[in-house]
Every structure is written in structure tokens, then in C-alpha cells.
Design a binder for this molecule. Structure first.
Ligand code: 5U1
Length: 695
């Protein structure tokens, strides 16, 4: 039997264009909204290029709602003002961050509705209060026609070109959507995209780019992105969007949809392709509002974006209408805040800290301030350029920001409050810890101490790194002990560790005989190690665990690694020019070679192999996440096996994960893998994958 499609005529260009657009829209939605792509990027790119080629050959079919037209427009001269058909209201803010904030709102609603204590609880919808920029998206006959900022609520600015670049925003709605609908929501920048944007900015500044600056917070960066006249720059910001309501919409009597509740409306928006925050839920009465506020408060730091509170809305649209508005704020909604993520404080001093790799970081010592839910006393100034650009001086009043798990930072200075005569901050030219020269290489933003293992700051970190569980592993050698040993000048270099005697150890404060013996045993045990652990343990800049493994696999022997030229190092998987240079520089320092020789002389040994042909790499290019308890393999063992076979092991599941290896008591990672459609395998399947394939 012949396959009927085999002889069917090819579809007309118009039909193929329509099919490609629909397919790409679907993949955009799966990728950007559901976080669950169903085809690899390469396949997506192929479809995209086919559509671009067809549209170029048939410009008569070009249409603004095509996925190829997201970043199509030319820079504007200025934005055009637009009048909102339905004003964009603001929301009442409840600044009482305690449960009473929710109780007060519920009490007000009940009073306005004339409810008695004996009446049942009011039903609410709980949402997140995103820290972004309000936006109104107008669709006519299913096509995005206009995106406008809130402005003063009556008049906003037409920023359609920029908003089109947000891939989470559908350019076209399904046929079930009404003839006219304005979707209201928040444009924001995720924390990861904000950090990446600022990192790119810092690099540009370090390379001497004029007029570039870092951004104070994701909200400002998002607002700046939306207000770019050039849509190509807006596209680079990687803005995101969440929907939370509607403005103008076709009335039911003109064929528009009928909604009884706000929750139903949000569910429908989600069905039409808009991102709605997954945390959104209904709640009965004040007690459930409080529970929501507290639950989200606990998650706030780990959310991928900034929120400044949660929002409660009366769910019934009929009750919303009954409650009405007061001065542009609906009585049926409130934003219940969390402690602010930015606060004012004063700079007590500026210290320069030295990291394990010798990086010098200026840190502002602050008058203690409660920000983002914790008391902050230190804030990073990143590097000399940043400190100078912000011009932070001792005695200044500054805005400090702490959001998520990111290190607190000084975002700006209040110049009016400066104490006259406060001196300019200058980066020291010598290391504040060891006095060695501090140098800043061309094109780099950071100063580094050149003292290497001679620098106590680097020494402590270097010893801790060497003794780490995934490096040479000296059980029981923690930071307190290393600090004591280095501060008491008992050890200066790594080999000194192996020269420690019982008497020196037992004389340390709080060191019992038993602990001293245990440490000596652990040191003895650590002498038998492996080449990758030893190389990783040396703490060479840019050489992480995976690179150390790749080097050991490739060269087989330590001397071969130490003597390899940059060109030879570049042949190793995972090693690029920066890493190759760093390895070469490390082994070019006589004192580093001396450390290696002394460690060997102290009895550290590992198996060496021939710099032979590489072992088979059946898992090359694959990313794994391990969760739960595996039947026989420990986590580290499984990780080592995967990495030896060329795979990577990540800590969290994302759309880029190829396999989740799940054992017993696997938790949220397993659930996430299932939600994203990532392959879940057990230990036996992992071991099968490790077998090199026959061909
Ligand atoms: N989640 C959410 N944020 N937010 C902001 N809902 C919401 N609603 C708003 C605003 C300004 O306004 C409506 C209550 C009109």
C-alpha cells in the first residue's frame, strides 16, 4: 500500500507559511511559557529559517503577527501617546507586612459588602505582586495591535515594537478569543537575566565602552528596556511577562465571553497562551490570605524574579462591581507587601577582601540595616570601576539592595547627604593581606594579589579547597581549624599540612588529643588520591572539577599536564584559551611547582596512566541530574561515572536536562522532570548508558 501523503502536491506557500507560524507559535509557548520544549533548538531554528525564506520569497504574505517579526522594526524617533479605552487602575498598597495587613483588608471588604460575622468567608484570588512595569496589550481579532505603558492611567505610551520582542507574549490568539481584548499584566526581568545583563554591562565597561552603566535593579532594567526607541536593544534585555487581568473586552451582548469569577478569567487567559503565575490560587477568608502571604514569603528568595508582595482580589466579579473604586483604586483588591529589598543606610568603611584566587573585592561595611528580610552589614562594590562609577565614600548615605540569594550590593549614593571632604575610594596597589603587588590585567575588571600561596587570605582558602571532599579530601579539616593553623603560623603552604605533628596540633586551642589523632589519620589517608582530585585541589584559576577530570583523562600524568603548552592544553575537551592560559601561568610560577614537588615528597600518590587514546565518551554532550537514593551507587560515585563517560551532572532540573537518574525518595526534582517531559531513568538504565555502544 502506498502512503497517501507521498504523492500529495506540496502545500501552497500561503498554507505552508500559516502552518509554520502556527507550529512556531506553539513551540514558543511551550518553551517560554510552559518551560517545557518539545523539540530541540536545532529543529526550531530549521522551521524558523524555512519560514523566513518563504516570507522573503513571498513578501505579499508578510504579517506583523509572524514569529519572524518579533524584532523587525526600525528605531523610533519618539513614542506616541495613547489613550487607554479603559483606564489602567492602580492598586491599594497594604504596607503592614504582618498578618494584620491581610486581616484589615478582609475586614474592610466584609464591611463594604455588609456581611455579618456569621456570614461565610469571602472568596479571594491570591496572586504575586511582581516588581516590574504595568502593561496593557490590545488584541483585535486575535492579533496584537498595541502595547501601551500605564502612564498616568489615562494616557500611556505606545511601546508595541519593544513588547513584540517578549517571546512569552503571544502575537496572535486562538479563534476562541474575543474580537477585542486588552490583557493587563506586568513586564519584568528575571533575576538571572538581570544578573546576566549586568555582567555584560560590567564587561563592556571594563573594555572601555563609553556611556555604558550597570542597572540598579531588575525593575529599572525592565523599565529601561520597555522605553528603548530601538527594539533590537529591548530584545537584548530578555524581558518577561505575567498576565493578571483585562481592560477593554468585547461585551457578552456583542459575543464576548462571560466570566463569573476573576479566577475563571485568569484560567482563560492562560488557555489563550498568556503566562499566569503558577502560584495563583483561590483562598477563603483572612486566614487563607495570611497563609498565602507567609508561604510565598518563605519562597520569595528562591523565586526566579523579584516580587514586592502578594495581591488579594475578591474572586466574584459581581462582588467586585458592587465594591467599586475609590480614587482609581478598586476596593476589591490590595497589594500586601513584604519587607523592602532596598533600604537606606550609611557606609562605615570600605574594606578590600581577598578571595581564594587572589581577586580583590571592595566591600562596603554598613550600619546594620534590615533589608529583604535579613540584617545586612556588608555590601559588595564588585570592583574598582563599579566603586568609582557609583562613587561610594566612607560616611555616605547609600541605597542597599538585597534580593534573593544574591550578595547584597550598594546600588547608589545619595549625593546630597555626603559629608564634606569625604575622600574618594581608591583601590590599593598592594594586597591588604600579604602586601604583595596587586595587578589589574588589561581587559579585566578585577585586581588580583600576586602573592599566590604566600598570601594568607589565599592560603586559608587554598588549603580549604585542597582538603575539600571533592578534592584531596582531608576529613575534619574545616574552616575554623585552618584559620587557627594559618593564624598561628603552624602552616604556611600546602605541604606543611603533611608535616604536622601531634604536638603542634594538640597545642592548638580546643584541640583534644583524640581530634588531633583523627586529623593525622585523615591526612595519612588523603595521601592516596587520584590525579583529577589532586589537579582540582591545586586551586588553579578556572580549573573546576570537570576540567581537572578532562585534563587527567587527556594527559594521564601530572608532569604531562604541568609541561603542556597552551596549544596542547587547548586540545583537551572543556579547555578554552582562558583556561589554557591560566593553567600555563600557574605551572610557570616556580613556587607552584615547588608546592607540587613537596607534596609528592610528602608521600601523595595517585595512579598515572598513559596519555593514551581517550576513553570512550558515550555520554558526551548529555546533562544528568541525580535525585533520591540509588540502590548501590553513592551520589558522588554516580557523578564520577557520568563525568568519566563525558556527561555533565547538574544540580537542578531544567529543559536542558537530558536524564534524571532517580532513586528511592526522589522528591521535587523527579516531579519537575515529569512536568518538563525529561527522561527519568533508574540506576540500571544509567549503567546501561555507560556501556560504549557497539558501533
Ligand atoms: N498580580 C497583580 N498585580 N497587580 C497590579 N494584580 C494586579 N492588579 C493590579 C495591579 C496594579 O491592578 C488591578 C487591581 C486593577
Amino acid at each position: 500500500m502506498t502512503h497517501p501523503d507521498l504523492f500529495a502536491p506540496p502545500p501552497s506557500p500561503a498554507k505552508r507559511i500559516a502552518a509554520l507560524r502556527a507550529e512556531l507559535d506553539l513551540h514558543d509557548h511551550r518553551y517560554y511559557v510552559l518551560d517545557a520544549p518539545s523539540i530541540p533548538d536545532s529543529e526550531y531554528d530549521k522551521l524558523f529559517r524555512e519560514l523566513q525564506a518563504l516570507e522573503a520569497a513571498h513578501p505579499e504574505f508578510l504579517s506583523p503577527d509572524s514569529p519572524t517579526q518579533r524584532v523587525g522594526g526600525k528605531p523610533l524617533e519618539q513614542f506616541v501617546s495613547v489613550r487607554h479605552k479603559v483606564p489602567m487602575l492602580s492598586i491599594r498598597t497594604e504596607t503592614d507586612t504582618e498578618p494584620t495587613g491581610a486581616q484589615n483588608f478582609d475586614a474592610r471588604v466584609r464591611k463594604e459588602l455588609g456581611l455579618a460575622d456569621s456570614d461565610p468567608p469571602v472568596e479571594y484570588v491570591c496572586e504575586l505582586k511582581f516588581d516590574g512595569l504595568a502593561m496593557s496589550l490590545r488584541y483585535e481579532h486575535g492579533v496584537l495591535m498595541q502595547a501601551a505603558t500605564r502612564g498616568d492611567g489615562e494616557m500611556g505610551e505606545d511601546v508595541t515594537q519593544n513588547i513584540r520582542t517578549i517571546r512569552q507574549i503571544p502575537l496572535r490568539l486562538p479563534a476562541t478569543a474575543p474580537a477585542v481584548i486588552e490583557v493587563r499584566g506586568e513586564v519584568y526581568l528575571s533575576r538571572a537575566d538581570f544578573e546576566a545583563l549586568n555582567e555584560r554591562q560590567r564587561e563592556k565597561i571594563a573594555q572601555g565602552a563609553k556611556g555604558e552603566k550597570t542597572f540598579v535593579n531588575p525593575r529599572n532594567a525592565a523599565a529601561g528596556g520597555v522605553r528603548q526607541l530601538d527594539p533590537a536593544i529591548a530584545a537584548e534585555r530578555r524581558l518577561s511577562f505575567f498576565a493578571y487581568g483585562v481592560g477593554d473586552i468585547t461585551l457578552p451582548e456583542q459575543g464576548g465571553p462571560v466570566f463569573d469569577t476573576h479566577f475563571e478569567l485568569l484560567q482563560t487567559l492562560e488557555k489563550w497562551g498568556f503566562p499566569v503565575a503558577a502560584q495563583t490560587r483561590t483562598a477563603q477568608g483572612a486566614s487563607e490570605l495570611i497563609a498565602f502571604h507567609q508561604a510565598i514569603g518563605r519562597q520569595r528568595d528562591s523565586l526566579p524574579y523579584d516580587i514586592d508582595g502578594v495581591v488579594y482580589k475578591v474572586n466574584s466579579l459581581a462582588l467586585q462591581q458592587k465594591l467599586g473604586f475609590v480614587s482609581r483604586e478598586p476596593r476589591w483588591a490590595v497589594a500586601h507587601k513584604y519587607p523592602a529589598q532596598e533600604q537606606l543606610t550609611t557606609v562605615l568603611g570600605i574594606e578590600v577582601q581577598v578571595g581564594r584566587t587572589g581577586k580583590l573585592t571592595p566591600v562596603a561595611k554598613l550600619a546594620p540595616v534590615f533589608v529583604g528580610g535579613v540584617t545586612v552589614t556588608n555590601a559588595t562594590l564588585h570592583n574598582e570601576d563599579e566603586a568609582r562609577r557609583k562613587d561610594v565614600r566612607v560616611g555616605d548615605t547609600v541605597i542597599v539592595r538585597r534580593a534573593g540569594d544574591v550578595i547584597p550590593e550598594v546600588v547608589s549614593v545619595l549625593p546630597d547627604k555626603r559629608v564634606p571632604g569625604a575622600p574618594l575610594f581608591t583601590m590599593p596597589r598592594t594586597c591588604p593581606v600579604c602586601g604583595s603587588a596587586a595587578v589589574r590585567e588589561e581587559g579585566e575588571a578585577d585586581y588580583r594579589c600576586t602573592g599566590g600561596l604566600f598570601c594568607a587570605a589565599q592560603r586559608k582558602e587554598a588549603i580549604l579547597h585542597f582538603a575539600h571532599r571533592r578534592a584531596v579530601e582531608v576529613e575534619g579539616l574545616g574552616d575554623k581549624l585552618v584559620e587557627q593553623l594559618v593564624d598561628a603560623h603552624v602552616i604556611r603552604t600546602l605541604p606543611d599540612l603533611y608535616k604536622l605533628g601531634f604536638t603542634a596540633l594538640a597545642s592548638l586551642d580546643r584541640m583534644a588529643d583524640k581530634s588531633a589523632n583523627k586529623l593525622l589519620e585523615a591526612l595519612e589517608k588523603s595521601k592516596k588520591t587520584t590525579l583529577p582530585r589532586f589537579v582540582f585541589g591545586l586551586g588553579i584559576r578556572h580549573v573546576g572539577e570537570a576540567t581537572a577530570k578532562a585534563l587527567a583523562r587527556h594527559f594521564g600524568q601530572l608532569d604531562a599536564i604541568m609541561d603542556a603548552t597552551e596549544a596542547q592544553l587547548l586540545e583537551v575537551d572543556d579547555v578554552g584559551p582562558i583556561v589554557a592560559k591560566s593553567i600555563r601561568t600557574f605551572f610557570d610560577q616556580p613556587h607552584n611547582r615547588e608546592v607540587v614537588e613537596q607534596l609528592r615528597a610528602c608521600g601523595l600518590t595517585w595512579e598515572e596512566g598513559e596519555p593514551a587514546a581517550r576513553a570512550p565518551q558515550p555520554l558526551s554532550g548529555k546533562t544528568f541530574v541525580i535525585t533520591g537514593t540509588l540502590p548501590t551507587l553513592g551520589r558522588d560515585e554516580a557523578k564520577d561515572l557520568i563525568e568519566a563517560a563525558g556527561g555533565k551532572v547538574a544540580g537542578s532540573v531544567s529543559k536542558k536536562t537530558d536524564y534524571v537518574v532517580a532513586g528511592t525518595e526522589a522528591g521535587s526534582k523527579l516531579a519537575k522532570a515529569e512536568a518538563l517531559g525529561v527522561a527519568v531513568i533508574d540506576q540500571a538504565a544509567l549503567l546501561a548508558l555507560l556501556e560504549p555502544s557497539e558501533n
